[in-house]
Design a protein around this ligand. Structure first.
Ligand code: FEO
Length: 183
């Protein structure tokens, strides 16, 4: 008896998205390490926390595939790419990465709707909402660096921004009650 409740197409797409989320985690991890090595400990702390949140997203996909009787395929995670050139570049790349991720999430929603796989469609709604918050968070980072002077932000403004993110890290979306157990 076939207990797999996911189609092959949806299974492949969910597995791809699981890897995308792992890739997102690697991007935040790489940028956090870069920020720390540049002396921006507040920004690094913020990004390290977010890397964990992305890993939780990865786990959420993994657990869903298993729950529906599908086959999980753990694949290599693509390279996060070169380090940012500066804080402005870092925040711009984060925003782009989140927008790209939203497109991937919407694609899965479309696929589940086409297949009338309402369980997956329902599961994906959590991510639709999450991506709105993630884009808002990324836009907030962009606003902060813009106020600090964008590409031309001086050391004083960057110091203030770094302190700001160090202090606000616990209030940010990424510090909410998300965990591997409860993603
Ligand atoms: Fe898991 Fe930032 O999207």
């Amino acid at each position: 008896m076939d207990t797999n409740r996911l189609s092959q197409t949806i299974t492949a797409a969910l597995n791809r998205q699981m890897t995308n989320e792992a890739h997102n985690a690697q991007i935040y991890l790489a940028y956090a390490a870069w920020a720390d090595s540049e002396g921006y400990e507040g920004i690094a702390n913020f990004l390290f926390r977010h890397a964990n949140e992305e890993r939780n997203h990865m786990m959420k996909f993994l657990e869903y595939i298993l729950k529906r009787g599908g086959k999980v395929k753990v694949s290599p995670i693509p390279d996060p790419g070169p380090d940012p050139t500066d804080v402005n570049d870092c925040f711009e790349r984060i925003f782009k990465s989140e927008v790209d991720n939203t497109a991937n999430i919407y694609n899965l929603v479309n696929m589940s709707m086409e297949e009338k796989d309402w369980a997956t469609w329902n599961f994906m709604q959590w991510f639709v909402k999450e991506q709105t918050e993630e884009e808002t968070l990324a836009l907030d980072l962009l606003s902060k660096i813009k106020v600090a002077g964008g590409k031309n932000a001086g050391p004083d403004a960057l110091y203030a921004l770094d302190n700001d993110l160090a202090k606000t890290a616990d209030d940010a979306r990424l510090a909410q009650d998300v965990s591997v157990e409860n993603p």
